[in-house]
Design a protein around this ligand. Structure first.
Ligand code: GLU
Length: 449
């Protein structure tokens, strides 16, 4: 059996989409599980859609996830050797394609046309754009290894697609086949939206005289809210945005792995290497997966808990300047306190900002008896020499008991006075980190409002 070679072939039109990360991951795993090669190929033949800096950004993002490629190609570079043009001209010579001189009406029509049979098809022109001469009455079939079945198309429904534009640049339909053959690609994994182009590709591969790689179209990812395919306009879809929101690479990758693929057992936590070891194309699911944010948050929490305190401090440093400017011992104490409960790194400012910011008290957050509660705390704290956790726990519980306070209400008064929030890390531990002086200062302030 020939060496497994897969490719990820993005067009450099912007940031990496979460669905593309999934395609890249599956292609990578398929190659690596079989000791094969994973190729990164930049498909930039549509120069109008090219975005400055997009290639570098794609490379950087893939690197962050450790999806290392073995070979790298850029189609516009390859085009300089006229490989696509020569292939298209050969097809004309063999009667499998033809020149066309119709003016493209719009950019879309250079590659896609609603007219099935082109008027120039039988004119035997000798220059112009080159289009595929689609045969009549042929059934075009391939086996889709994601959907695990044969999929067929009738050639009478396939249009004479443009292969080479009049500017000499190939369309995707030609470049993909020339390159996949030239690069000995054995398996193609790509988005479901490419399925309508597949009959064109079946013909082009056949006409170029090569064997079409095995082909699988990964499912669409649906929004859990709308039930529709994730869309750039409605949903958060760019990998960089997820990272900026405080999702860890490992968590995002693990979440994406299971969007349309399932292992044999019910195991859910996979780092990249474990995933590769467990990867099997039989695990692809045929139904479209839904993107549940609460599941992603769960993964993120799991991976945040796995980090060492030092690693997590480094992450928090990137998400909050206030945190970054604290002294190391404080950073450590705060990190240990929030590690168990934080879901996303960008929550650090909201969850722990009261440690480094002055707080603005909101009277509406307090319950009825808060001044009575706080006065008692103040009395005890002022006489407390030993401001450490065990002692503080004891003393505060004693206040609750002696005064017959409701525990929840009492601690809520304290929580709001110290943090101006109702949901915070454990309040007694937080007071210890803040220090006695600051704690007393905040209680005094709260008594004044
Ligand atoms: N260049 C195509 C894209 O941007 C790649 C499709 C394929 O993998 O064949 O998605």
């Amino acid at each position: 059996m020939s060496k497994v070679r897969t490719r990820f072939a993005p067009s450099p039109t912007g940031f990496l989409h979460i669905g593309s990360l999934r395609t890249a991951l599956y292609s990578y795993a398929l190659a690596k599980k079989n000791n094969g090669d994973f190729i990164l190929r930049i498909e930039d033949t549509d120069q109008k859609r090219k975005v400055e800096g997009a290639v570098e950004s794609l490379e950087q993002t893939l690197n962050k996830f450790n999806l290392k490629w073995d070979e790298f190609y850029v189609q516009s570079e390859r085009q300089k050797d006229c490989i696509y043009q020569k292939a298209a001209e050969k097809l004309v010579f063999e009667g499998k394609a033809f020149y066309c001189q119709c003016k493209p009406k719009n950019a879309k029509e250079q590659g896609f046309s609603k007219v099935l049979r082109d008027p120039c098809r039988d004119k035997n022109l000798v220059s112009g754009a080159i289009k595929l001469k689609v045969p009549e009455n042929e059934t075009l079939t391939y086996y889709d290894f994601v959907h695990k079945k044969d999929i067929s198309f009738q050639s009478s429904e396939v249009y004479d697609a443009t292969l080479l534009k009049s500017d000499g640049f190939p369309t995707y339909h030609l470049a993909v086949a020339v390159d996949d053959l030239d690069m000995n690609i054995t398996h193609i994994l790509r988005g479901h939206d490419w399925l309508p182009s597949t009959p064109i590709h079946i013909l082009v591969f056949k006409y170029l005289g090569g064997e079409m790689p095995e082909l699988g179209h990964v499912t669409d990812i649906l929004s859990s809210e709308t039930g529709k395919k994730l869309s750039k306009r409605r949903d958060s879809v760019f990998v960089e945005n997820f990272l900026n929101d405080g999702y860890l690479e490992e968590a995002l990758l693990n979440f994406v792995m299971l969007l349309g693929w399932a292992p044999k057992d019910n195991c859910e936590l996979f780092k990249l290497d474990d995933f590769v070891q467990n990867f099997d194309i039989k695990g692809f699911q045929e139904s479209n997966p839904k993107f549940f944010f609460n599941k992603l948050d769960w993964f993120n929490g799991e991976y945040i808990r796995k980090l060492s305190v030092k690693e997590l401090i480094n992450k928090f440093d990137q998400f909050s300047d206030g945190f970054k400017n604290l002294e190391n011992t404080k950073k450590e104490l705060i990190t240990k306190l929030v590690q168990e409960r934080i879901k996303k790194l960008n929550e650090i400012e909201d969850l722990a900002g009261f440690f480094w910011n002055e707080i603005e008290l909101d009277k509406n957050l307090f319950g009825d008896n808060y001044k009575i509660h706080l006065k008692k705390v103040l009395e005890v704290l002022s006489n407390l020499d030993n401001f450490e956790l065990e002692k503080l726990n004891e003393e505060l519980m004693q206040i609750v008991k002696d005064n017959d306070f409701k525990t929840g209400d009492f601690f809520m008064s304290l929580r709001v006075a110290i943090t101006s929030k109702k949901f915070t890390p454990p309040i007694n531990e937080s007071m210890i980190i803040l220090g006695k002086e600051k704690t007393i200062e905040r209680i005094n302030k709260a008594l004044l409002i």
